[in-house]
Design a protein around this ligand. Structure first.
Ligand code: CA
Ligand code: CA
Ligand code: CA
Length: 461
């Protein structure tokens, strides 16, 4: 064998050996910097209808059991008391289980013409602020319209939705249209006061929230720019809301206006407001003081702390689906556009969870949620004109975009935005206004090919 051939052979052998070693390493420890891993180590590799429903990896067996019990609770249908299993529904409520709104841990669908809004709810209030900066409850109705009730009890009211369609054009002349919703409150059980503010909201996806809860306040604040000091037209601010458990104001993270501070409180509020299930955090029936209240001596909690904790842990430990097609040419072009038109200024790709020695599965993870968890003024078109703590009537929390491309697979629809008015990802983008106006205008002026690339990228999340 000639010397050079020998040298080449040695080099090739070396490359093969090194590559094999690397592959082996990769299989054992996933590259924590990989774009595919939207939820860091808590990323689930499932692109099917169960993509949002995976438990964290490497939970201790005892927590796996709690997660499973919480899974059961999330799906459990509650019924009128007394009953052997899951009693206490109502007397007024919006739906009978968590899972009936958050279908497959995903997103609610808006009703078709003539259907009732099953996966949505309507928050209401009077102008002004309550004692903790909260929305002011409406006498006789509280802060949410319960559109259903148990037998022989009147529901509060019905809410019907109608849409009107309007056409616009992209810069290249091609036409698109969006639908404007109108909400009407009908059949109120007592007279419905004038001037009530109404905020329609669809059920938001519930996976990955443990990771969002685990980001430190300081990291969220690092992206806030209340006075738009950098002059880019974007001024995200955090919401500060009332923490019922600790009796103080804290940063809000959950809900379309970041009006809930923590998963536990969000879950307890949902049991109480959406299903009429009292618990230790919200011990009063939502109907308390109204004619629907089925007065019982003293307050009893309809849900034990143990089950409340299990539902919370279930949500806290739902993994995030991995991205798809990260290396597709179109997706990579779309990613560049997502950055260049300014989407990533609010939909921030990279965040890191805080170090948490007592919950290593949540600790110090590089995640890709595509949110800053901050409030932004999104303009008149999207405004509900109902303030919620510090969120004005035009402000919304940047929703995370991770997993959004699987909505059709998991939930069988593509209704986006807080009230589900957008029928596609592109329609959702075209509603951006206010702080999102500059991005929207840039998208309107993209070529068809570039618009397709942008949507391919968002669809790969
Ligand atoms: Ca009840
Ligand atoms: Ca109510
Ligand atoms: Ca700014």
């Amino acid at each position: 064998m000639r010397k050079t051939t020998k040298a080449i052979l040695i080099i090739i052998t070396l490359i093969v050996v090194i590559q094999a070693a690397c592959t082996k390493f990769e299989q054992g420890v996933p590259d924590p910097h990989s774009e595919w891993l939207s939820g860091g180590l808590q990323t689930a590799f499932d692109q099917g209808s169960g993509a949002y429903s995976h438990m964290f990896k490497s939970l201790p067996e005892s927590l796996e059991r709690v997660h499973e019990i919480g899974d059961g609770q999330f799906g459990a249908t509650f019924v009128t008391a007394p009953a052997p299993l899951n009693p206490g529904l109502g007397p007024i409520f919006n739906n009978v289980s968590c899972g009936s709104c958050h279908v497959s841990d995903g997103r609610g669908k808006v009703p078709g013409m003539g259907e009732t809004a099953a996966n949505m709810l309507f928050r209401i209030s009077l102008p002004g602020m309550g004692e903790h900066g909260n929305p002011v409850p409406v006498p006789g109705y509280g802060d949410q319209i319960q559109t259903r009730s148990v037998l022989n009890i009147p529901k509060e009211a019905d809410v019907t939705i109608s849409y009107s369609e309007q056409s616009f054009t992209f810069g290249d002349g091609s036409v698109y249209s969006v639908r404007f919703p109108t909400y009407t409150v009908n059949n109120p059980y007592i007279s419905y006061p004038a001037g009530v503010l109404l905020s329609p909201r669809v059920a938001a996806p519930v996976f990955g929230l443990g990771l969002l809860e685990a980001i430190s306040d300081a990291d969220v604040l690092a992206n806030a720019d209340p006075n738009d000091a950098n002059g880019d037209g974007i001024s995200g601010i955090p919401n500060y809301v009332w923490d019922v458990v600790h009796q103080k104001k804290v940063m809000g993270r959950f809900g379309w206006k970041a009006n809930q501070p923590a998963i536990l409180q969000q879950v307890a509020a949902a049991y109480n407001g959406d299903m009429g299930i009292t618990n230790s955090i919200f011990p009063k029936e939502s109907s308390d003081g109204q004619t629907q209240f089925d007065s019982k001596p003293g307050y009893h909690y309809e849900l034990t702390d143990s089950l409340l904790e299990s539902t919370s842990l279930y949500i806290r430990t739902l993994a995030v689906p991995a991205r798809r097609n990260v290396n597709d040419l179109l997706v990579m072009q779309g990613k560049a556009l997502f950055l260049s038109v300014g989407c990533a200024k609010c939909h921030i790709a990279d965040m890191r969870t805080a170090v948490n020695v007592s919950f290593p599965q949540l600790s110090n993870q590089l995640i890709h949620p595509y949110t800053d968890l901050l409030l932004h003024d999104m303009g008149d078109g999207l405004a509900d004109n109902r303030p919620d703590f510090l969120a004005s009537g035009a402000e919304w929390r940047t929703p995370p975009l991770w997993g959004i491309g699987l909505t059709q697979k998991v939930n069988g629809h593509t209704n986006f935005l807080h009230d589900g008015r957008a029928r596609s990802l592109m329609e959702a983008i075209l509603w951006h206004d206010g702080e999102g106006l500059s991005s929207k205008n840039k998208v309107k002026n993209l070529s068809k090919k570039d618009r397709d690339a942008l949507i391919a990228f968002v669809g790969s999340l």
